[in-house]
Design a protein around this ligand. Structure first.
Ligand SMILES: NC(=O)c1ccc[n+]([C@@H]2O[C@H](COP(=O)([O-])OP(=O)(O)OC[C@H]3O[C@@H](n4cnc5c(N)ncnc54)[C@H](O)[C@@H]3O)[C@@H](O)[C@H]2O)c1
Length: 459
């Protein structure tokens, strides 16, 4: 098989290494379904001049939903308020969850959607049988790639919860399937639609920070009780911490920073280095909260409680990225962006703009809201959508459905999904190799040079 030139260096070596390490560590037990076949990219011409994928406009958008647990049911709730969105089919391995969502949809005045709950691959039957425009999934991580691939192979667009994939092969499989079938594959990175992130993007586009040079971000969220819960994520998320060590959840912090830095749209991530500290938090929780005869006491964890990665772009920008989910701490995504003319930083949100802020002092970001509120956040529907992470989940669904109906490219594409998600695999490889630099694959195959940046979009 001809190797694509972009994968000849560390990236292709790292892919093999990840697979080897995964096999050695028994990660296959987590892998659930095998990632089928097309891990290697097509032999690659430079695709710099290929325009973004567009598909024909739709009068309404027929949706099939796979995985309606916590986040899936949340999406359905929002989609029922989005003009043009129709929930036509629902799939979950738990029949009661399917029935609950069928009732939600009917209660909202739409026809009761078809239900699929004949086991973990019933989404394939749904994709084959149903006439749908898009298949959403909010299933456990190991199912994201198979569900998206089944959707696209049957002619549907795909929307997946985060991360889109956690292996290099999985990322390539999403890119190649989307390209082969001419379908969108969108990762539902809701944090790109949060109010502060969109205000910051607006300020970047208006030039307030000058040239953007550096970002600091992450996912810092005490998930110990969720990881040990008896339902929901407690059934699958903790298992990853027994086998893997790296950044499992890079996209919430990184997605908005990547948009501000025009990643895949004028710049691209070049390489990263990553290191993890000791693993203590889950073991402590286990000892202090579980009954003496609870079998989960036998688990041992490989995930370092704090994982740090440094990313560099080909244009020389830097990003500091953190994953921190096993220790007592208040929530943060850090949300720092620095340029030649100023800096913004989160938790609490504050900003310093040279020539505008008092010298050497922070101001509240809110001081800039009157002038730089993002248009999406000026709509009543966004401001009143307090459910679902305070409105951002509604906005991400609103934008995706609107783009599909208008036949425009979605705000985030399959290259964003692959590039932001591949950090899961690259960080694991770097951690396992004493923090050696690991190259990012260029999933765009050169298109990053010509693709247009994310603009200031309207509702
Ligand atoms: N963007 C966000 O803010 C956010 C927040 C929470 C979770 N998530 C993501 O959403 C996804 C789901 O997380 P969650 O918290 O809803 O977990 P969850 O466990 O509550 O929901 C997962 C659902 O998938 C179902 N499922 C499992 N395997 C399936 C299969 N093969 N086919 C069909 N259904 C299947 C489960 O029965 C469950 O109902 C994860 O990828 C997670 O990372 C994102």
């Amino acid at each position: 098989m001809t190797q694509h030139p972009n994968r000849e260096s560390n990236a292709s070596r790292s892919r093999r290494d990840v697979l080897k390490m995964a096999a050695a560590a028994g990660v296959s037990a987590l892998a659930g379904p095998a990632v089928t076949g097309c891990g290697a990219p097509r032999a690659g011409a430079d695709l710099s001049h290929r325009p973004p994928l567009t598909t024909g406009p739709l009068e309404f958008v027929r949706i099939g939903f796979v995985g309606v647990g916590g986040m899936g049911a949340n999406h359905v709730e929002h989609l029922l308020k989005v003009p043009g969105a129709q929930i036509r089919a629902v799939c979950d391995i738990v029949p009661e969850k399917v029935a609950r969502v069928q009732d939600m949809v009917a209660a909202a005045g739409q026809p009761k959607p078809a239900g699929y709950s004949r086991g973990p691959r019933d989404f394939e039957r749904m994709c084959e049988v149903e006439s749908l425009d898009i298949v959403y999934n909010a299933a456990p991580w190991e199912w994201h790639v198979p569900i998206c691939v089944a959707a696209m192979q049957s002619g549907k667009h795909a929307a997946t919860e985060v991360p889109a994939a956690y292996t290099v092969d999985g990322c390539w499989e999403l890119v190649e399937t989307a390209e082969k079938h001419g379908r969108h594959c969108v990762m539902l990175e809701n944090c790109c639609y949060d109010r502060a992130e969109l205000m910051i993007l607006h300020m970047v586009r208006k030039g307030l920070f000058g040239e953007v040079l550096h970002g600091e971000c992450g996912y810092l969220h005490d998930l110990r009780d969720i990881k040990f819960s008896r339902d929901g994520e407690g059934l699958w998320r903790r298992a990853h911490a027994t086998k893997r060590n790296g950044n499992f959840y890079p996209t919430h912090g990184l997605g908005p920073i990547a948009q501000c830095m025009d990643i895949n749209r004028g710049d691209r991530f070049d390489y990263l280095v990553s290191m993890s500290g000791p693993s203590r938090g889950l073991q402590l929780w286990q000892n202090e909260h579980l009954d003496p005869d609870d079998p989960r006491r036998a688990e041992r964890y490989s995930l370092g409680d704090v994982n740090l990665s440094l990313l560099r772009t080909v244009n020389g920008r830097t990003v500091y990225l953190v994953h921190d989910t096993n220790l007592p701490r208040p929530y943060s995504r850090i949300r720092t962006l620095q340029g030649t003319r100023g800096i913004v930083s989160g938790y609490p949100d504050r900003v310093h703009i040279e020539g505008r802020s008092p010298p050497h002092q922070w101001e509240p970001l809110e001081n800039y809201a009157a002038e730089f509120e993002h248009p999406l956040w000026k709509t009543d529907s966004a401001r009143s959508a307090t459910a679902g992470h305070g409105g951002m989940d509604y906005l991400e669904n609103l934008r995706l459905i609107k783009c599909l109906m208008e036949g425009r490219p979605p705000d985030m594409d399959v290259y964003d999904a692959a590039t932001w998600s591949v950090i899961c695999a690259l960080s694991e490889t770097s951690v396992a190799k004493r923090s050696r630099p690991i190259d990012f694959p260029d999933f765009t195959r050169g298109r990053w040079r010509t693709a247009p940046p994310v603009g200031i979009v309207e509702a």
